[in-house]
Design a binder for this molecule. Structure first.
Ligand code: F6P
Length: 325
């Protein structure tokens, strides 16, 4: 492949606050360094269908403050097939995209890796997901904003929980990871967190009730990681059956967690990794995700960040337990 002139940028998977800041950063850093930038709409779906538009600096004006993604996003099944990726490659050839920056989570970066390897195509990833479950970066774009959103919601729930002396099970997102639940529990002064990282061999609910929290407190907040089988409703039902003396309520926060203006942290993370993506292309890197570890921009091979399980520090469980007496 010859010299890179035009860089395509897309957002894929669940949207996350800060994605727009990343689009802005890639566009502006790209233009500052002499590249043409092409916005690709609706993630990989748009790449397959050729939904592209040349981007100028004006196209990304005023978007750093906005949640969601101006490029739209999608979870594209077709791109998981070799035929779908072939069509996407043909679009790149037709419209003149000769490198790609993909902003998304695990699934999106897996697609990016496959595409890059199959067609020997330069692809750079940015970690865009509220779940914070990507290995190789201390935080993902969107995670901090979502934590703050959850914290605000739970602070409000605390008022009513206190007034009625109730136990609230508050369900938060995170897919298979408990970063949001565990850290938000600490931030909200919650009494417990139920997370997928702690398996069912220890019955977390019995443990929690057994700590006798109700003896010293008038209300309880338990933050529960979403789960198809044992989310907040499951635990609330069990408490109702096994401890009928408690007044229990459930609050499932849902998609409001993904919206809203990005925090300063997410804007800075998106801006630095976005500029880092252009730097990576200039250096001739490919198939890497740009992350920030210990305040330094790092380039992590896709194979590493996709395959390695990122786990939160189990000491956070002790912190929460010690502080929730
Ligand atoms: O990956 C981000 C995320 O918000 C997860 O936390 C959640 O499980 C999922 O996306 C929800 O996806 P959708 O918006 O497609 O229902």
């Amino acid at each position: 492949m010859g010299k890179i002139q035009c860089i395509g940028i897309l957002t894929s998977g669940g949207d996350a606050p800060g994605m727009n800041a990343a689009i802005r950063a890639v566009t502006r850093a790209g233009i500052s360094n002499g590249f043409n930038i092409m916005g690709v709409y609706r993630g990989y779906e748009g790449l397959i269908k050729g939904e592209v538009k040349p981007f100028t600096t004006e196209d990304v004006s005023g978007i750093i403050t906005r949640g969601g993604t101006i490029l739209k996003t999608a979870r594209c099944k077709e791109f998981t097939t070799p035929e779908g990726r072939q069509k996407a490659f043909e679009t790149c050839q037709r419209v003149g995209i000769d490198a790609l920056v993909v902003i998304g989570g695990n699934g999106s970066l897996t697609g990016a890796r496959d595409f890059g390897m199959e067609f020997d195509f330069p692809v750079i990833g940015l970690p865009g997901t509220i779940d914070n479950d990507l290995y190789g970066t201390d935080a993902t774009i969107g995670y901090d904003t979502t934590m703050n959103t959850i914290m605000e919601c739970v602070d409000r729930i605390r008022d009513t929980a206190n007034s009625h002396e109730r136990i609230f099970f508050v369900e938060v997102m995170g897919r298979d990871a408990g970063f949001l639940a565990q850290n938000c529990a600490i931030a909200c002064g919650a009494e417990a967190a139920i997370v997928p990282e702690e398996t069912t061999d220890v019955d977390q609910l019995a443990q929690f009730m057994g700590r006798g929290i109700r003896k010293s407190k008038k209300s309880c907040i338990v933050i529960v990681s979403e789960s198809p089988k044992c989310g907040a409703l499951y635990y609330a039902d069990r408490v109702k059956k096994e401890f009928p003396e408690f007044d229990v309520r459930v609050s499932i926060l849902g998609h409001l967690q993904r919206g809203g203006s990005p925090s300063a942290h997410d804007r800075i993370l998106a801006s630095c990794t976005g500029a880092g993506a252009i730097e990576a292309i200039k250096q001739g890197q490919r198939n890497v995700m740009v992350g920030i570890r210990n305040n330094e921009v790092v380039y992590v091979p896709f194979s590493e960040c996709i395959r390695t399980d990122k786990r939160f520090d189990k000491r956070l469980i002790t912190v929460l337990n010690e502080l929730s007496i």
